[in-house]
Write a protein that binds this ligand. Structure first.
Ligand code: HEC
Ligand code: HEC
Length: 453
């Protein structure tokens, strides 16, 4: 694959890019019918259509207002103008990226896998890195729906919500975007206890290219969501159906409006980009002060144990009386909740026979699965006696999980604990794999059959 010698993109190129799509599509040029295409986020379209319906009918019924095909096509065209295609990525200009991502790196990570040894003349790297190493799990679109995905537990991350779990940027009860260093940590270590492998074998420049590409896919996915929401709002006036299913975001066919429309698109894209790019510098990892002396002493472990069961920390309510992860077992992560028609944080029923997480099984198979939705399943609070820490096993990692939380999951970031208390919980958590499980208070007793003595 030949790489273009173009690394920067300037403000006005956003509009050029948009106009480019118009031309390519109307002339029926290849750009619109590339073999590798990004999948439309149909599941989110559906979620938006239902979210806005206050009566929240069962997800199995037809929503009151639906986006028309024209509107959905318009969203795809705008997206392609901004971000290009899987074989030919692009970056939106004039929206605050400020060189945060490099188009050259994206082009190395993107594209089909090449076996001919075709290398970029400047970097000496092969292209197609993402499709070679990541797509079979995370999908070409980054929707977490590659061919292997359905067989894994947990499922591979769907990047399109822009939410990530394991990072050192979260603090003070708010979730921030991961830094590139966070992503590199994930690529070096993998996520222990899950299918996410370590990519230590890749060179530094290869990992850098892939990291830019993952962020690109996340931004693209978030932008798509924002555009879908905007398209829905445009079609819907004062809560009533406008009746105009032709109302679209950019009126490509009407020169008179295009520049206004492009301004409107910028306003949608900027809030997606800025939290990531932060003026081109990315998100900054928080600095965690060194653990206080004696943080892992017996007294500290004992203090942690007490806190574990107190309302201030409240760990036991999810992780269970004995830390086995059996406290609250009907929870869902944000990726799943969306498809079930619930707001993040809601707890709904568990997956029973004939029903999957409260929705009829036939409905999942006939509808949701067709849209690339993986089968909903509960997220279990971690069994803390296994000593498996997905976000890393250094004390500082556990400290960060407890005080920063795990985005996209019910695991909250605790802002009420003092530093010293949080460290005592780290000590307690890390002692759990070595502590004998005491008899659970709720243990069933079978009359006459063996006792728990
Ligand atoms: C064999 C399947 C598999 C492959 C291949 C794979 N991943 Fe993953 N990945 C996963 C799974 C599963 C998770 C979710 C783990 C979890 O939720 O705890 C994940 C999660 C992630 C996350 C989210 C981390 C976070 O903090 O939320 C990133 C980023 C990621 N993978 C990047 C990559 C990249 C880049 C590649 C290719 C270089 C790749 N993965 C290849 C399975 C895979
Ligand atoms: C509302 C439920 C809830 C509460 C309260 C809760 N957790 Fe969690 N916790 C979870 C869930 C769910 C996960 C699994 C997240 C995942 O799979 O990505 C988790 C994961 C963890 C992990 C694993 C981190 C890793 O890297 O794998 C640790 C350690 C942990 N929790 C400790 C605690 C401690 C200590 C407390 C109390 C301060 C606490 N949790 C409170 C739900 C909760």
């Amino acid at each position: 694959m030949k790489l273009q010698n173009k690394t920067t993109i300037s403000g006005h190129q956003l509009s050029l890019a948009l106009a480019g799509v118009l031309v390519a599509c109307s002339l029926g040029l290849t750009g619109c019918s590339d073999p590798a295409a990004f999948q439309v986020n149909e599941a989110y379209i559906r979620a938006v259509e239902f979210k806005s319906d206050v009566t929240k009918p069962l997800m199995a019924e037809t929503p009151e207002t639906e986006l028309s095909d024209v509107q959905i096509k318009n969203v795809s065209e705008v997206l392609e103008g901004l971000y290009g295609t899987p074989d030919n990525p692009n970056l939106p200009g004039g929206v605050g990226l400020n060189g945060f991502l490099s188009l050259r790196k994206l082009k190395v990570a993107a594209g089909p896998v090449t076996y001919s040894g075709d290398k970029d003349s400047l970097t000496g790297l092969e292209s197609g890195l993402y499709r070679r190493h990541c797509a079979h799990c995370h999908g070409v679109t980054g929707d977490g729906h590659g061919p292997t995905a359905q067989f894994l537990n947990p499922y591979p991350r769907d990047y399109r919500m822009g939410q990530f779990k394991f990072k050192l940027t979260d603090a003070d009860g708010t979730f921030k975007k991961p830094s590139k260093a966070d992503f590199d940590h994930i690529l070096m270590e993998g996520i222990p206890g899950t299918a996410m492998p370590s990519f230590r074998v890749l060179s530094g420049p290869e990992r850098e290219a892939i990291i830019d590409y993952v962020i690109y896919l996340a931004m693209r996915g978030q932008t798509e969501r924002a555009l879908i929401q905007a398209a829905y709002d445009t079609a819907n006036v004062n809560g009533e159906i406008d009746g105009n299913s032709e109302k679209i975001l950019v009126r490509f066919n009407d020169d008179q409006y295009v520049s206004d429309d492009i301004e409107a698109i910028k306003e949608i894209v900027q809030p997606v980009i800025l939290p990531w790019a932060n003026g081109g510098n990315g998100t900054v990892q928080r600095t965690i002060e060194d653990a206080p002396a004696g943080w892992d002493s017996d007294e500290s472990v004992e203090q942690g144990r007490k806190l574990f069961f107190q309302s201030k920390a409240n760990c036991f309510s999810c992780h269970g009386q004995t830390g086995l992860g059996d406290g609250q077992t009907n929870l869902f992560d944000n990726w799943t909740l969306e498809h079930l028609g619930n707001e993040p944080g809601d707890a709904v029923g568990s997956a029973d026979d004939g029903e999957i997480a409260g929705i009829p099984e036939y409905f999942y198979h006939n509808e949701l699965a067709q849209m690339g939705v993986v089968k909903p399943r509960n997220i279990r609070p971690r069994n803390l006696r296994l000593g498996n820490y997905r976000g890393g096993r250094r004390p500082i990692d556990i400290y960060q999980r407890i005080t920063g939380g795990i985005e996209g999951t019910p695991m909250p970031g605790n802002t009420k604990l003092t530093q010293q208390e949080a460290w005592s919980l780290v000590a307690y958590v890390m002692s759990l794999p070595y502590e004998a499980t005491s008899r659970p208070k709720t243990a069933p007793s079978f009359q006459g059959v063996g006792t728990n003595k």
